[in-house]
Design a protein around this ligand. Structure first.
Ligand SMILES: [Zn+2]
Length: 153
């Protein structure tokens, strides 16, 4: 085992999100709906030295695997992240995130007149651009602080 593998495999079962862009760990927790109130067992490392990124954040979550939707949104704020699935202290799967063409459901549109923010049961949908996301319905573009547009479930 390399040092990196040792560092990420210290949880028994769950997910280690490694190579998160420095400073984005708390936004990652927001995306995953983790606020500490549900008793989740979570470790967060911030500004850990990284050969690849200079500084990186790392999040370890016991007993949790991520949905594709969550990984898709995560890729918007942490494009270099790796998702490690851990079972019985071993990394059994390691995936890089890829930017999807669209993200559905997780982000909410900042346009109050958008059909997805009205009472209509329309799931939000954003097209992913190089530098942000664009609402498929009203075409409003979100470039900064994407994490602040995450639906609070
Ligand atoms: Zn919209």
């Amino acid at each position: 085992m390399t040092d990196t593998e040792l560092r990420v495999s210290k949880i028994e079962n769950g997910t280690v999100i490694d190579h998160i862009t420095g400073g984005q760990a708390l936004n990652v927790l927001t995306i995953l709906g983790i606020d500490g109130t549900s008793g989740e067992e979570v470790s967060v490392g911030m500004n850990v030295p990284s050969e690849r990124l200079g500084r990186k954040d790392i999040v370890k979550i016991e007993e949790r695997e991520l949905s594709q939707n969550e990984v898709d949104v995560l890729s918007l704020i942490a494009p270099n992240a790796t998702i490690n699935i851990v079972r019985a202290f071993e990394v059994v799967e390691k995936n890089d995130v890829t930017r999807p063409e669209t993200v559905r459901g997780i982000l909410s549109c900042p346009n109050a007149n958008c059909i997805t923010t009205k009472n209509e049961p329309v799931e939000s949908r954003f097209d992913v651009l190089d530098d942000g996301v664009r609402c498929t319905y009203c075409e409003m573009i979100v470039r900064e602080s994407i994490a602040s547009h995450i639906n609070s479930a």
